[in-house]
Design a protein around this ligand. Structure first.
Ligand SMILES: [Fe+2]
Ligand SMILES: [Fe+2]
Length: 209
């Protein structure tokens, strides 16, 4: 998406994040990449599902609905790509307990309109921005074909971040930045504080195993 003339350019993905991913998370994620890959497959499914849920929640917003339909398809395509790589690398499917990130982040959202729509868009923007940041950190440290996949997905998730920010800005031109900042502080706490479970959006592990 291009910026509109006379409107301030959108911030790049990493700059909406209030804290960088701790090196301890990256080290552990590289070491335990098969486990992370499994969670990553789930993340792609969840990203598609979140886009669809927004589409159902705000059907009257046609530009948003059309963009979300495209995002949902793209996220499902990412899921297929991850499963293909899992198969190539011999990573078997296993059920995993969800991490704390998405649930805790959702807990910070407003529950009634008009605030809820803005919060949902900003939450998605933050998740996409964090995904893009982590793919960029992981790609140089992982073997092919994972490195190449993560480079490609990082670019796509950064684009999704921009899309969600653009709709948030259009919805609440005077308020979106302050609200983004508040939610980004919570998001940063969740990815930087010690976490019991290693996941794609978790904090660094409490005790490395
Ligand atoms: Fe994705
Ligand atoms: Fe995405």
């Amino acid at each position: 998406m291009r910026d509109m003339p006379g409107v301030a350019p959108l911030p790049p993905a990493a700059s909406i994040l209030q804290a960088p991913t701790p090196p301890a998370w990256v080290d552990e994620a590289v070491r335990r990449w098969p486990e992370l890959l499994l969670d990553h497959a789930n993340c792609e499914k969840k990203a598609a599902s979140t886009a669809l849920a927004l589409l159902f929640a705000y059907p009257e917003d046609r530009p948003l609905a059309l963009s979300l339909a495209r995002v949902a398809r793209e996220e499902l395509r990412h899921f297929e790509q991850v499963v293909k790589v899992m198969t190539a690398l011999g990573v078997a499917f296993a059920r995993q307990r969800p991490g704390r990130y998405a649930h805790a982040l959702r807990g910070a959202l407003r529950t009634s309109e008009p605030g809820r729509k803005l919060d949902l868009l900003l939450m998605s923007a933050l998740i996409e921005a964090r995904s893009a940041e982590r793919f960029a950190l992981l790609a140089p440290r992982l073997p092919a074909p994972l490195a190449r996949l993560y480079e490609d997905l990082g670019t796509a998730e950064a684009r999704h971040h921009e899309l969600y920010v653009r709709f948030a800005r259009g919805l609440a031109p005077a308020h979106w930045q302050a609200r983004l900042q508040a939610l980004a502080v919570r998001e940063a706490e969740l990815v930087t504080s010690p976490d019991r479970t290693l996941r794609f959006h978790s904090g660094p592990p409490e005790t490395p195993t």
